[in-house]
Design a protein around this ligand. Sequence first.
Ligand code: PLP
Length: 429
Amino acid sequence: MSRLPEFHAAKWDEPVIMELGRPGGRGQIFPKPESEIEAEVGADLIPAGMARKDRPALPEITEFEAQRHYLHLSQMTLGMMGVSLFGTCTMKYNSKTSEYATLRPELAEVHPYQHPDTLQGVMGIVHDFDHMLRSLSGMDQFIFQAGGGADAAYTMAIVARAYWADRGMLDQRTEMVTSIQAHPCNPATAAAAGFKVVNLPLEENGYPSLDALKAAVSDKTALIMINNPDDMGIYNPEIKEWVRVAKEAGALCFYDHANFNGVMGKLSARELGFDACMFMLHKTFGAPKAGGGPAVGAFGCSDELAPYLPCPVVAKSGDKYILDEDRPKSAGKVREFWGNIPQVVKAYAWARGMGAEGINLASDISVVANNYMDKRLSEIPGLAISNPHISANRMEMTRWSFAPFAKKPASEQLISPIAWRTTASTPSG
Ligand SMILES: Cc1ncc(COP(=O)(O)O)c(C=O)c1O
C-alpha cells in the first residue's frame, strides 16, 4: 500500500551552496609534495606577491555535501522525468543507437568554428534531414537553430515581425490569434516579439468555432499560431478552413507541430495552407528532451518566408555544403551557431532507421496505444480526463488528473497496486 505523493517532481528545501558548509569542511585533502619535488621547486610554489592575504569567501564543504547538493538540484530539474514522465515530450522512443551515433569522434570532436570544408559530413546530415522534414511537411526550408519548441515558436514570431516590417506594415499587423488550448509558448513568444495576443475560447467540441475565428481575424492580424492535435490530443477537423479564413484576412499561418506523433505521414502543413511549421525533435524524432534544453525545434517555412530565417542556413552549392550567412533580411539569431547538432544527428538516425513507412506506422501505433491507455485509465476510480464534457476522440495523447483522488480524505488516499490491477479490465484482442 502506498500513499500518492502530492508533488509532480522532486522537491528539496535546498539552500544555495554559499549557505552550506562550516569552517574546516574539506572536499579534498591533498597529500604533501614528495621531498624530491619540494627540494627541486621549493615549498612555496606561489610567489609571495601573488599569494592572497585573506581566505577566499567560499563554502567549506565535504565532497559528499557537494555531491548531495548538486544531486538535489539535478533531481529538482530533471526529476519530473522520473516522477511524472514529463508531459508530452516523452511520447517517443529515444534509441541508444542514436546516442552512440553522436558519440563518434567525427561528430563529438568537431566545432562550428572549424572551416566549413572540414565539416562537410555533418553539414550533409543537416542538409539531408532538412530535406526529410521538407517531405513530411511540404515546406521549402528547415533550420535547426532553435533550442526547443518554444524557441521555434519564437522563431516564427520574429520571422513574422521581419516579414511585416519588410512590407512596411508592422504598425498595422499587430495581432496574433491563437486558442486557449495552444501551448503557452505560442502566446508568450508572440507577445515577446511585440504582438498583441487574441486567445479564442473552446467550444463543446474541444476547439474554437470558425465563427469565433472569423470575428477575431482582420487586417490587423499578423499571424495565427495553432497546434493540432492540441495538448489534449483533440484534432480540429476544420483546420483547412481555419487557414483559408486567416489567409483571406492576409495573415501568416504557423502550425505548431509539437503533437505530430499522431499524424506523421498523414498530412502536410503546406498542403493545409500553412506558411511555416515546427517539429520538436525531442518530442517526435527520437532525440531526448534534455530537461528543457538543449533540445531542437526544427523550424520550416515557405520560400516566401525563407529570406527572414535566422542565419546561418546549411545549404548545398554544387557538390559542397555551405553555411549561407548572406541573408540581409534575416530576423536575427535565436541561438548560437546552427543549433544543437548532436540532437539533429540523433533525429536523423531515428528517421533513417524508421523509414517513411515506419514513421507512418508509428503514428498509427501512437493513436492506438493512447486510446488503449485511455480506456484502461478511465476504469481507475479517482482519475479524471481533462475536459470530460468534450466527447471528441483523443489522438496520440490525453491529459488525466488525480484531482478527484486528491480531494478525498488522506485516509482514503491509499492505493493498492493489486486493486489497480483488478479494477482495470483485461484487454481482449
Ligand atoms: C504544442 C506544444 N508547443 C510547444 C511546446 C514547447 O516545446 P519545448 O518544451 O521544447 O520548448 C510544447 C511542449 O510540450 C507543446 O506541447
